[in-house]
Design a binder for this molecule. Structure first.
Ligand SMILES: [Zn+2]
Length: 166
């Protein structure tokens, strides 16, 4: 049974290793991650968030409920125009055990390549909420949390709420 890793756990700061082999264990992890994401009303979950330092993630299109399972995802281009959207993270919880939200500025449109669970290569251009989710989740694979992208004063405000949980 996988466990959610929370802000402060150093596993969230590791740079994850590429997946060479799509093992049954990885597929099982991804199924379990989809379940955890749904249980906690999340829209994405990356492997290090459950303590696995490998490059894979799951995410869900909020409107359609369509689930993406991405292995070795890579953002190959980012639009110069940025957009501000509210973000939270299942690893960054406040005193009420719910995610702490903050506005984050990121590129509005990105191109993404990944390997599917069938071993095939996929590519897509994503905008709106999907661009947001895929950037947040691929950041996790490089040990980056959304709070890192906030201006110092705003980050401190979020981290104060996180610390209050302990
Ligand atoms: Zn996250």
């Amino acid at each position: 049974m996988l466990q959610m890793k929370l802000c402060g756990d150093l596993v969230l700061r590791e740079k994850c290793a590429p997946v060479d082999d799509i093992t049954p264990e990885i597929l099982k992890n991804m199924d379990e991650m989809v379940q955890m994401m749904r249980d906690q009303n999340g829209v994405g979950l990356a492997a290090p968030q459950v303590g696995v330092t490998k490059r894979f993630l799951v995410m869900m299109e909020p409107d359609s409920g369509k689930v993406f399972k991405m292995i070795n995802p890579r953002i190959t281009s980012r639009s110069p125009d940025t957009v501000v959207m509210e973000e939270g993270c299942l690893s960054v919880l406040g005193a009420d055990d719910l995610p702490v939200y903050a506005n984050v500025s990121r590129p509005a449109v990105v191109s993404v390549e990944w390997t599917g669970v069938d071993g095939k290569k996929y590519a897509a251009e994503m905008s709106g909420i999907m661009a947001r989710i895929v950037q947040h989740e691929t950041d996790h694979l490089d040990g980056i949390l959304f709070v890192d992208l906030l201006p110092a004063a705003k980050r401190e405000m979020v981290m104060r709420k996180v610390r209050r949980r302990k």
